[in-house]
Design a protein around this ligand. Structure first.
Ligand code: PEP
Length: 260
């Protein structure tokens, strides 16, 4: 299913100090001159969520967290709860990013538990899935990603707004990207898994692509069937490059590019 309104989400990861809020402000200044006709969001580090939400309030850019705890509250030193993100002004939350799955051992079932806690607090999760290079080279990309989608969503997911982000681990921060055919193959498999898991609600879930998206490749990637937007790391840190990706996602531009 083609999404008519694309979703472009910036993931600042462990980057960004107060001084860098100027980049977020520069983004909204450009968008106030020519409002985006797609959904735009930024997910800064937890320390900047409240400040960024305040600075960009009412300016068409949604704010998200990069993770939340699976429990709604309690003795979890150093963790952030879903309600804390909402309280700070976030509307979205990235869950199961490969940097957490690989570096911190997060499993599909933990991601599904975080999903339940996040939606109960009013957040819209972006559930990340993706294969490693070895998994791709051994023909496991589609079955692995399908299993991650099926395992990372709770039974109640059909009643909630959320997105899935396909992020091949080998494409994140490397400058490498899958071919358009590889992206299409995995996105179609994710769509099938969503319909299998959620029924008709699975046809409406946006499936984002993430992994070395830049202004140079965004136009081509965003017109692939079933690509409903992009999750952008490095290129989201500067207003100019993130804005160029946002512009590439606007319906008129996507339609024009598709016609060649
Ligand atoms: C990410 O971390 O979600 C990501 C896609 O990073 P990058 O765009 O830098 O590859």
């Amino acid at each position: 299913m083609k999404q008519s309104v694309k979703m472009i989400v910036g993931n600042w990861k462990m980057n960004g100090l107060t001084a860098d809020l100027g980049e977020a402000r520069a983004l909204t200044e450009s968008l106030s001159d020519a409002p985006a006709s797609c959904r735009v969001a930024l997910c800064p580090a937890a320390t900047l969520v409240a400040q960024m939400a305040w600075a960009l309030k009412g300016q068409g850019v949604e704010i998200g967290g990069q993770d939340c705890h699976a429990e709604p509250k309690g003795a979890f030193t150093g963790s952030i709860s879903a309600a804390m993100l909402v309280d700070a002004g976030a509307r979205l939350v990235i869950l199961g990013h490969s940097e957490r799955r690989q570096g911190l051992g997060e499993t599909d079932s933990l991601v599904a538990a975080k999903f339940e806690t996040a939606v109960a607090a009013g957040l819209e999760p972006i559930v990340c899935v993706g294969e490693t290079l070895t998994q791709r080279e051994t023909g496991q990309a589609v079955p692995l990603v399908t299993a991650q989608v099926l395992g990372s969503l709770p039974d109640a997911a059909a009643s909630h707004a959320f997105a899935v982000a396909y992020e091949p681990v080998w494409a994140i921060g490397t400058g490498l990207t899958p071919t358009v055919a590889q992206i299409a193959e995995v996105h179609e498999a994710i769509r099938s898994a969503l319909v299998q898991r959620l029924g008709p609600a699975g046809t409406r879930v946006p499936i984002l692509y993430g992994g070395s998206v830049t202004p140079a490749n965004a136009g081509e990637i965003l017109q692939v069937a079933e690509v409903g937007g992009a999750l952008v790391g490095g290129a989201s840190l500067k207003a100019a490059s993130f804005l160029a990706i946002v512009r590439a996602a606007e319906p008129a531009r996507v339609a024009a590019d598709a016609q060649g």
